[in-house]
Design a protein around this ligand. Sequence first.
Ligand SMILES: CC(C)=CCC/C(C)=C(\C)COP(=O)(O)OP(=O)(O)O
Length: 337
Amino acid sequence: MEAPAAPAAPAEGSPVPGLYHHPVPEPDPVRVAEVGRRIKSWALDEVELYPEDWEDQFDGFSVGRYMVACHPDAPTVDHLMLATRLMVAENAVDDCYCEDHGGSPIGLGGRLLLAHTALDPLHTTKEYQPRWAESLHSDAPRRAYRSAMEYFHGAASPSQADRFRHDMARLHLGYLAEAAWAQTDHVPEVWEYLAMRQFNNFRPCPTITDTVGGYELPADLHAGPAMQRVIALAGNATTIVNDLYSYTKELDSPGRHLNLPVVIAEREGIADRDAYMKAIDVHNELMHDFEAEAAALAAACPVPSVWRFLRGVAVWVDGNHYWHRTNTYRYSLPDFW
Ligand SMILES: CC(C)=CCC/C(C)=C(\C)COP(=O)(O)OP(=O)(O)O
């Protein structure tokens, strides 16, 4: 039995002015602490995720607060841990293969494909199978994906696991397009950037909301075009939130890092501030469309698992905004107001 939550002190951080969003209740501090304790033990003892000197960054990521805010309906901390391990593993791949911690666009396709086999296993001959199995222990991203997926399989149905693998393949495709453009120093048109970011996207996180909530949205209801549109709009809004909150972090990082305001400024020839404001408008339109389409789907399909899933996605969207707003260790707003 979990102890009742003490009232949490409100977290700091200001929202992007003019950004359409919904505030969320402060995440249960007892759950946040327990998820934080368990994820550290998993990262250090089970998958040897990071060296000691990355500990501050791991703590600064505040993944416990993130996942508790995004999944308030998780029946237990074990359910929350499914999402938390995957979130940490996804960020390990992004950091170690693509970005901050030794990542590079060069050779990314090979690294991502081999890591993807930790989620979608190789089926091959007896001679080659053991070499592949060993490879899953050979670096931190693969150890993390392998272990997080093993736990996920313990709770997800086959179709929920397959949905997740499909979303991860989409994510890896998005990473590859971003890397290809970085290699050739290409700035895409705004719509092309938005297409890339629909794949290099938070989508794999909200779409596990039913597994984390301990129920299942049946595969055919997930696959319907109206549900697919709702999920895509939600994923796109959450990902533009990341572009807006991480704008200054990305400007400070070496080289040119594409994000929506940067691409709008460059391709539409407008000032940085105006481009940032336009990116806010893009986000707000996506959010309004997401909410309108989700409401229409809920009205057209009065099935309890559909309603709960749509609510779970909406709550994930709000929790994601909360985490970006309050993560002042990682993000700060530009001086545009
Ligand atoms: C957790 C997950 C599935 C992430 C995949 C996509 C991703 C890394 C983001 C949407 C975050 O984008 P970015 O790499 O730009 O993040 P930071 O700005 O470094 O926080």
